[in-house]
Design a protein around this ligand. Sequence first.
Ligand SMILES: [Zn+2]
Length: 416
Amino acid sequence: MRYLKIFFRFAAMIAAACAVILFSNMENRPGLRDFPYPYSAMLSIQSHIDGCTEEEFRIIHDFLNTENWSDKYGKGVGLDVGDSMWMYLYNDGVAYREEDNMEPGDYMSWFRGHTFEKNSADLIKAYWDMDYIDSIHTVGDFSMTGGKVVFFRELAKIAYEQMNERGIYPAVWINHGTETNVQNLGGYSPFGFTRYQSGDKKGSEYYHADLMRKAGIKFIWNSICDSRFGMKNPLFPILLRDGQTFWGFKSYTGYPTKGGYKYQWSPLDLADVLKESNLDKIIENREFSFIATHLGSADNMWAIMNDSNLRAFRTLKAYQNEGKILVARSSKLLRYCQMRNFVSFEKQGNDINVTGIRDPIIRGITLTSNMLRGLTFYVDDSSAATLSLYGERVPEESIQRNPPDETGKESIAFVW
Ligand SMILES: [Zn+2]
């Protein structure tokens, strides 16, 4: 029995390795446009919720996600920027701003500090409904000093139940933290820093990976830093230690230096990360970009709203307005990548029929127009073209008909 288990585990690893090779460079599917028309690249600002207060969240996202006017910062940019959430905040405070005399309960989390008393639960639910929150950072922040571990499986179970009861099913698991955050998973190595990751270790009191998929999670950042600002395909398979496979994704976190690594995931780095030369490069290479940042984490409460950052956000908005880069929250962008990579369709003359999805990792998906948002098919005549899903015509209000793009070809798409 034991040998059989080992055999199946080995077979699963080989299959995952093959999948990595097959899909890591997946791009340019014939008949499909790389990005929704008219864009040449897509970008996601993925915010970790570390050290963010309710007030910081409101001010930052009011500017980023709406076009409201404020006396202090002018008109907001109205971009689709998603943030993450924490259910618990057990952090013993040392990692936070001691000079501000803040307690863990002063930060945004579902439960207050070390208790089961509700803290920001209603606010998180409201922001979930507004699409300002679409990811879970991890079950909670359990960064403790002295190597003390306070996480255990039951906490994850309660967290998932609470979220799901309120209709919250985050597709994205962000996954980083200090080594007392034993709930992390996906990047385990017995030799490196990530050897603390135990969320996928069956039999461990920290094991919770079996509850994750049911709770809604599909995409995992394995907390391995990446220095590429742009990439052709951010998705790759992650085989967990319990044998389950999830989609992993890459995220830009900084760049290597002579003696180490320069992290660029402070909000104070955003102006440099979003500089025009970076934006122009992903347009030229036709790439996706995922940027990891911590919007609410700076020591100085309003540091993110400095002039160079505000300028960078406005420039990014201008790139979107000019049809160059489409900015999307992580869950929406990752879903788009998944669909673009694996959807199957038939083309007969001007008629497109989406017949299903051959996702090698997530099985049994029944497609809806909502899941296919942005997917763009080349046709000869977009005004005469039809779009169907499982043989049924997609209503006109869910369709976008596009004139010729830079290739000279017209296209028809599911609206973004
Ligand atoms: Zn974080």
